[in-house]
Design a protein around this ligand. Structure first.
Ligand code: PEP
Length: 256
């Protein structure tokens, strides 16, 4: 909306095998044209990045789901750096997903400061970032939604240069809506998106705010995407569960 292209992101999380990844790639490759006002990106688990990058149609971009804080090669066991990600075909990285913030995967949770540092590293390497923010149910019920989101954005606002935001999208993902089947209503999501855009305008200026894409994430699927994407401040989606199915393509088909 308002001159911004939609950014439709998929997030495979810790799912897929070689076989199932290739199956989904064939479905997406055969899924017909992507509207010119949509950019499509899929977030792939590390082991399948190179494979998917080599087989997936070139008008769908590849994201990793995290990156190392440091861009350097070296003694960082278990880490994958931005240069390695670029080397295997990534152009985007999802950072600060609530499952990484919470330590849900078994690691210790990531702080907003660490995530801001990763944003700087990624953008400096020429990767684009989907920076995830969002409140828990408890925080929403206490009326703290925008306060929480601001506190998650602030370290990145401090760490990045204003021009860097051309390469950053914000994914607003209320934690209570992720993987739960509960979606924020289009009106609820729009309200928070508008507040986020207003905050970006106050912190980084109206120009950055008018250009930045704010994606909605939380049980988005083909059936509810159109109504969410019709809201003036919802500029795309970050889609988990439904991105593992052929219906992912129905999200952009719905925008044709
Ligand atoms: C996500 O992975 O970012 C997400 C929003 O998941 P789901 O669509 O499954 O709720």
């Amino acid at each position: 909306p308002a001159g911004r292209n939609y950014l439709i992101g998929g997030n495979w999380k810790c799912n897929q095998t070689t076989e199932s990844a290739l199956e989904l790639v064939s479905v997406l490759n055969a899924a017909g044209p992507i509207p010119t006002n949509c950019e499509v990106v899929v977030g792939i688990p590390y082991p399948y990045l190179a494979l998917v990058a080599s087989k997936l149609r070139s008008d769908i971009q590849i994201a990793s789901q995290d990156c190392a804080h440091s861009a350097k090669m070296g003694a960082f066991t278990g880490e994958v750096n931005v240069n390695q990600l670029k080397d295997v075909g990534c152009t985007w990285v999802i950072l600060g997903h609530s499952e990484r913030r919470s330590g849900f995967g078994g690691d210790s949770g990531e702080s907003s400061n660490l995530i801001a540092g990763k944003c700087v590293t990624a953008v400096a390497a020429g990767l684009k970032v989907m920076l995830c923010v969002g409140e828990t149910l408890e925080e929403r019920e206490s009326g703290d939604t925008i306060k929480v989101v601001k506190s998650q954005l602030d370290p990145a606002i401090k760490a990045l240069q204003p021009a860097d935001w051309e390469n950053v999208a914000i994914a607003y993902e209320p934690v209570w809506a992720i993987g739960t089947g509960k979606t924020a209503t289009p009106e609820m999501a729009q309200e928070t998106h508008a507040e986020i855009r207003a905050y970006v305008a106050s912190a980084l200026g109206r120009d950055v705010a008018s250009k930045i894409r704010i994606q909605y994430g939380g049980s988005m699927k083909a059936a509810n995407a159109k109504a969410l994407l019709a809201q003036p401040d919802i500029d795309g989606g970050l889609i988990g569960g439904a991105s593992l199915k052929p219906e992912f393509a129905d999200v952009w088909r719905g925008m044709l």
